[in-house]
Design a protein around this ligand. Structure first.
Ligand code: PAF
Length: 280
């Protein structure tokens, strides 16, 4: 497995693979990899000749008072996991390599207006910009994103369509801890008491799944989920919403595939979770 830090050396490797007629799969990450990332790399390994993982904590997707400085890092551990999962290349640039006084951004309207985009108004501009840049550098055939960031996944799919990137976007299921908590690099921020409290998210997901199957409409589903979270004294709801899986716009009636998504603060840590209903 190779590790590159510059765009130039990365492009050289990609060019060689292309000459050999190989297909390229790509897993973009911000590092501190866990089993969720491992599942993306595994899927990518199964479907492509070459597997590229980027490890880059993208500063432009963090708001002013967010956790850029504190964001967990462990590149040695990331390297070991990528190696174990059969990756061929890690692209691990510094911020200066990716951003040299840029005047250009990629922004997406509508889909980024609500949910996480409401609380983090500049977040998806940073995500779309860095993912576009990474797509232009790696030029993958297939790119793999976790369903845990449901809004990010919908946004990337729409961006790829709107900007005619010739890339298939593959959404992969949420990976959970044994007790149900969705895997996230930010789980490391939780102390023991908060870790227990954080289970209210997956409990709410479970409840939501149960009652949506019974035919309940949006308000009823959300109300019951909200009730579970509000019982937890350390939890503060940022949002909980039922939205169309493609447009990310709120729905009242479950007619098309929907995502029921939430962001909840446990102490100072903001966690997200969701489930999809109605998709084959
Ligand atoms: O999901 C993430 O880890 C990041 O938003 C991504 C897609 C790697 C862009 O920085």
């Amino acid at each position: 497995m190779k590790v590159t830090v510059t765009v130039l050396e990365t492009r050289d490797i990609i060019r060689q693979w292309r000459k050999e007629g190989l297909t390229i799969g790509f897993v973009p990450t911000m590092g501190f990899l866990h089993e969720g990332h491992a599942s993306l790399i595994k899927k990518c390994r199964e479907e492509n000749d070459k597997v590229v993982v980027s490890v880059f904590i993208n500063p432009t997707q963090f708001g002013e008072n967010e956790d850029l400085e504190a964001y967990p890092r462990d590149f040695n551990r990331d390297t070991a996991l990528c190696e174990k999962m059969g990756a061929d290349l890690i692209f691990h640039p510094e911020a200066e390599e990716m951003y040299q006084n840029p005047c250009t951004v990629v922004n997406i309207t509508t889909l980024s207006d609500n949910l996480c985009g409401k609380t983090r108004p500049t977040h998806f501009k940073g995500v779309c910009t860095v993912v576009s840049k990474l797509f232009n550098i790696i030029t993958p055939d297939n790119a793999y994103f976790g369903q845990k960031d449901a809004q990010q996944l919908a946004i990337i799919k729409k961006m790829v369509k709107d900007l005619n990137f010739h890339i298939r976007i593959v959404g992969c299921p949420i990976i959970r801890e044994e007790d149900g908590l969705a895997k996230s690099s930010r789980n490391t921020y939780l102390n023991e008491t908060e870790r227990k409290a954080a289970l209210c998210l997956s409990k709410a997901v479970k409840k939501g799944q149960e009652i949506i199957f019974m035919g309940c409409d949006s308000e009823m589903v959300l109300e019951q989920m909200r009730e579970i979270i509000e019982k937890e004294s350390l939890a503060k709801i940022d949002y909980i919403s039922m939205v169309d899986v493609l447009t990310m716009q709120p729905v009242d009636h479950v007619e098309k595939p929907v995502v029921v998504a939430m962001a909840v603060y446990i102490g100072k840590t903001r966690l997200i979770d969701n489930f999809i209903y109605g998709e084959e």
